[in-house]
Design a protein around this ligand. Structure first.
Ligand SMILES: Nc1ncnc2c1ncn2[C@@H]1O[C@H](COP(=O)(O)OP(=O)(O)OP(=O)(O)O)[C@@H](O)[C@H]1O
Length: 612
């Protein structure tokens, strides 16, 4: 989409809508002015949400008008409420006019993963809680036995949140009657639309499409554009209005919020654990930290490695039972632990590696392994991690879109955040792809992703001996044992969790997921880094991070109710990442930073220094 003014709304499709007057300046639009049902405005006020995000202020009126809408907006920009609110408004109106009682649900919300299903369900329920008119909302997942699905659909509910696979199963098993869908369905919403086809849901969607009535309003939401979105648009929508919303005042097609500062560190693949340790142990990044790796084995390797240094973390991956995954997410969101190591999703490198490793194994054992990974799992896409300040790419994602979605786990809604990518020489190629996806042709890459300024070579070298020693002591056998043990624990937990949460739906504290994994004795001396090992510049950097943390009102202890990141526009001048360089030990600004040596300097020559 070239040549449009910043922050403007673009209209496409048969119906052209070119709006934007007044959008050049960011406006605070209150939800009260958007024409929503008073019950919804009240619910939002009770949740402390008063000002609409750009996608909300543009999409809500269009959806209320009954338009089919395709909306693309950044990660964390509030797309869920952008469709939930007008959808509820229409249903409340139907209820008022007593047209809502039908043989089938009125609305399907289709998402690519179970985690998203749960998340959208929770966000929708939390709004409905405050509405006096009761709408019935259910979530369906593929793991439910048909009997349970039938029970959930009895009534029928007004809204079903599910995956395309699940809808297709319900139709083919007669749990949902195709003819009644035609009579009842008034709205179809496809969230994270850019992923639905790549997650293999094309066939499932084709089972549903013949039964969607012509009158049904269709909404497509996505963070990135793709040919898949275009395909879905053609398959399902009629004369849609297309919204492409960039953040006002930033690059027109920017898809990572400008409130997220992106950094890289160049290091060899072998040194990644050392750099990871330095970042966490020297407290050079703000908590909470979400660490992405490409394989489950690597996740456990890092967890075992870090735990020897007294850093406790949990692992989230496709192998775990669904209850455990949901519980891990909830605990992390509630601030019960600070470090979460995650693999992207079941479509990640894990599958590739599994295929390679298991070529030699029998077909049966391969099938068994494949089944162990939940194909509806997806951590990165769309999951609303609360108050994650730092995202670390321990391994670089395989695609630029993957990078956008990973980094989008921080800086959500009105918060800000940071990403740090550890890039080995083998991973440099992906940077070019990232650049093209971020459509930053006119910018230097260093303006988008800059060298991480708080970690210098001395600080890294001071930890090298310990880190290498400990990394060597974590054997492949330890990793396999830990992975097996964790899975065993989580399967047991999952049953307990299911029973417990039926009775105590709001209890988070039952089981902790960051318990020690290693069966070996952990030497106490590794937990503390001796003073003499930390050079004064690194101490200063760490001190600045702590002070900033305190200024932001973030406590180090767990269970803080509210842990905001930097507030937009509130702290850029005091942000150490913009003013400090650990290599020179000086604040950046007037004086040019001293070039380091090795990889770091090689890279800087290619990418001019980020100006602060
Ligand atoms: N108007 C608002 N004011 C404050 N917070 C909001 C507002 N709208 C949404 N939020 C919060 O912002 C967070 C991100 O919203 P949401 O998950 O809908 O983003 P998204 O655009 O769908 O992101 P992604 O593309 O990653 O799925 C949520 O915690 C949500 O409750």
């Amino acid at each position: 989409m070239g040549g449009l003014p910043e922050g403007k709304l673009t209209g496409q499709g048969e119906e052209q809508r070119k709006e934007g007057d007044g959008l050049e300046e960011e406006q605070d639009v209150s939800f009260d002015t958007l024409g929503l049902d008073e019950q919804l405005s009240r619910a939002l006020r009770k949740k402390g949400i008063t000002v609409a995000t750009p996608i909300q202020r543009e999409a809500i009126p269009l959806i209320l008008e009954g338009k089919d809408v395709v909306a693309r907006a950044k990660t964390g920009s509030g797309k869920t409420l952008a469709y939930l609110l007008p959808m509820f408004h229409s249903l409340l109106k139907l209820c008022f006019e007593k047209h809502a009682t039908k043989a089938s649900p009125n609305v399907f919300i289709l998402v690519p993963t179970r985690e998203l299903c749960q998340q959208v369900y929770q966000e929708a329920s939390s709004l409905l809680e405050f509405c006096t008119e009761k709408l019935k909302l259910v979530q369906l997942t593929a793991s439910m036995p048909p009997r349970e699905m039938r029970i959930s659909l009895a009534g029928p509910p007004n809204i079903v949140v599910t995956t395309p696979a699940c809808i297709s199963t319900c139709i083919s098993k007669g749990i949902l009657k195709a003819s009644s869908i035609k009579d009842s369905l008034s709205m179809l919403i496809l969230d994270e639309a850019d992923l639905l086809l790549s997650y293999g849901y094309e066939k499932d969607l084709k089972v549903l499409t013949p039964h969607i009535p012509r009158s049904c309003q269709c909404i497509l939401m996505s963070a990135t554009s793709s040919t898949d979105v275009e395909t879905l648009k053609k398959l399902l929508l009629h004369n849609p209005v297309t919204l492409t919303l960039s953040e006002v005042g930033s690059s027109k097609d920017e898809i990572i919020p400008s409130s997220v500062q992106q950094f890289w560190i160049s290091c060899s693949a072998l040194d990644k654990q050392l750099y990871m340790l330095a970042l966490l142990k020297l407290e050079l990044v703000q908590k909470k930290v979400l660490i992405f790796v490409n394989t489950i084995d690597m996740a456990f390797r890092i967890r075992l490695f870090l735990e020897k240094f007294g850093i406790k973390s949990a692992v989230l991956n496709a192998e775990l039972p669904q209850n455990s995954r949901i519980h891990i997410l909830e605990e992390f969101n509630a601030g019960l632990f600070d470090y979460l190591i995650a693999t992207d999703d079941s479509h990640s490198k894990e599958k590739e590696q599994m295929n390679k490793e298991n070529k030699s194994k029998s077909r049966n054992s391969r099938r068994r392994l494949k089944q162990n990974l939940d194909s509806e799992f997806g951590v990165v896409r769309g999951i609303d991690f609360k108050n994650v300040y730092t995202v670390v790419n321990f391994d670089m994602p395989q695609t630029a879109a993957g990078y956008v979605h990973r980094v989008g786990r921080t800086g959500r809604a009105h918060n800000t955040g940071t990403s740090v990518s550890l890039i080995s020489p083998e991973e440099e190629e992906i940077l070019e792809e990232i650049k093209s996806v971020l459509e930053a042709d006119k910018k230097e890459l260093s303006e988008i992703i800059a060298p991480f300024p708080l970690l210098n070579k001395n600080a890294v070298e001071s930890l090298r001996y310990r880190a290498q020693d400990v990394a060597r002591s974590v054997t492949s056998r330890d990793v396999q044992d830990a992975r097996r043990q964790d899975l065993k624990n989580e399967i047991l937990n999952s049953q307990k969790l299911k029973a417990h949460f039926l009775e105590n739906p709001r209890d988070l504290d039952l089981l902790k997921h960051d318990k020690l994994l290693s069966s070996k004795v952990i030497p106490a001396h590794l937990k503390e880094i001796p003073e003499y090992l930390v050079d004064p510049t690194t101490k200063e950097a760490s001190q600045i991070v702590k002070l900033t943390r305190a200024a932001m009102g973030i406590d180090n202890g767990p269970k803080k109710k509210h842990r905001p990141g930097f507030r937009k526009g509130s702290g850029k001048t005091s942000d150490p990442l913009r003013t400090f360089s650990a290599e020179s030990g000086k604040r950046r600004g007037g004086k040019r930073r001293k070039e380091g040596d090795g990889d770091e300097s090689r890279r800087r020559k290619r990418r001019p220094k980020k100006t602060s």
